[in-house]
Design a protein. Sequence first.
Length: 151
Amino acid sequence: MPLDPLLPVQLVERRGDWGHIRCANGWAAWVDGRLLVAVPDDPPAGGDPGGTADPRPLLARVEQALAGYRAAVEGLAAGATDGEAFEARTRGLRIGLVVDGASTWVYDPQEGRWLYGDGRRLSPYATDRPVDGADDTGRAPARLVAPEGER
């Protein structure tokens, strides 16, 4: 059974690539731990002075990456590109943008992290790289979120 997108879960235990998680409602399961994303904090409250990054440059990069992906999809759909060429053209491409009213979550592939935005500024939200607090075994902190479609 798939989990909801960005559902906060607690990592209880790790065994190899597997992670035993527990949801707030008490439901527990073993999942592919490689697909869990460490979330250091809840989104900042409005007016958080720590968030100072202007969202416009990152949004422009997201827009350019999406246009490139769209062109690759159109070439594939029109038969101008085969599956192998499509795969090569999109290899390593990571794009992420969630807009929910005034709140946004933007993925920065250069930094390997998600940023939370309120329209005026961006603040770090989650990372797909090791974060402070990880132990020597590479285990991430206990509060994790599994990305949509990968649970």
